[in-house]
Design a protein around this ligand. Structure first.
Ligand code: ZN
Length: 139
């Protein structure tokens, strides 16, 4: 492991200890929750859209779980601001791994993608394209 990877590890720990956009929104456009039963990670995401109903204005999250899952949610909450729902739907696990900046073992990939799945399912439910009470990484 080189220096670069070390820096990213520090960044993950920083997001874990000092999560960005942590909390709840007063008037979210939609809210969704999810869990990764393998590890015990839980994420709740509140998303507020601009008046166009397409651009993400603000994201807040609350959660509990391992450093990877919570850091991923913290980074994603910042990353999504200003993006459209379409851009959110186009994200995949590679984008999440790039965002985290470290190699994620197959065991931990579900921790890494939980926040992204919660945001994507929340957006689909909001658009009436999906019916689901809770996202789980086991789906
Ligand atoms: Zn985890």
């Amino acid at each position: 492991m080189g220096m670069g990877s070390d820096m990213y590890r520090q960044q993950i720990l920083d997001h874990y200890k000092n999560p960005r956009n942590y909390g709840e929104l007063e008037e979210p456009t939609f809210t969704h929750v999810g869990e990764n039963p393998m590890c015990g990670d839980e994420i709740r995401m509140d998303v507020r859209l601009e008046d166009d109903g397409e651009t993400i204005e603000y994201v807040a999250f609350k959660g509990d779980g391992c450093a990877i899952s919570q850091a991923s949610a913290s980074m994603l909450s910042s990353e999504l601001q200003g993006k459209t729902l379409e851009e959110l739907q186009e994200m995949d696990r590679d984008d999440v791994v790039d965002m985290l900046g470290v190699d994620i073992s197959p065991m931990r990939i579900k921790c890494a993608v939980l926040a992204e799945k919660v945001a994507q399912d929340g957006a689909e439910i909001y658009r009436g394209e999906l019916e689901k009470e809770k996202t789980t990484t086991e789906d």
